[in-house]
Design a protein around this ligand. Sequence first.
Ligand code: 4NP
Length: 158
Amino acid sequence: MSKKILMVCLGNICRSPLAEGILRDKIEKKGLKAEVDSAGTSNYHIDATPDKRSVLNARSHGIDISKLRARQFIREDFERFDRIYVMDSSNYGDVIRMARHDADREKVHMILNVLYPDSNMSVPDPYYGGEQGFENVFMLLNDACDTIASAIENELKN
Ligand code: 4NP
């Protein structure tokens, strides 16, 4: 069974493209059969490339996210994906409001809960801050994606 993972934030230009790039990189390095995508709950940046600061940060870690394009989260994403990781509690509310039934709701998780179960911590929105905010986001997402990639590896083995 292949795993399909969707990363979600507000604009799909800062945090979720980084999360997509980081997880895809780990999955490729492990040689796993899994699919990764990202989307934003808002329509603010549809078709935009990721924020330059996210592109540069990813590049500094050997990951190219420059070719990604922003899109808006749609209800059909509940069918296309096995798991939906949101960056913050506001994204969580926005996605959960679009769910049609429990099977949809069960797919939605705060991404940092993979590191700190039940903490419901948010990945801080780096949009209005400086470079350090992006590096902080990278570190959080890198740790979370290590855990997610290992979990996928284990599931695919079984
Ligand atoms: P993201 O960051 O949700 O991590 O992509 C943001 C990008 C743009 C805006 C807010 C957050 N904005 O308000 O335009």
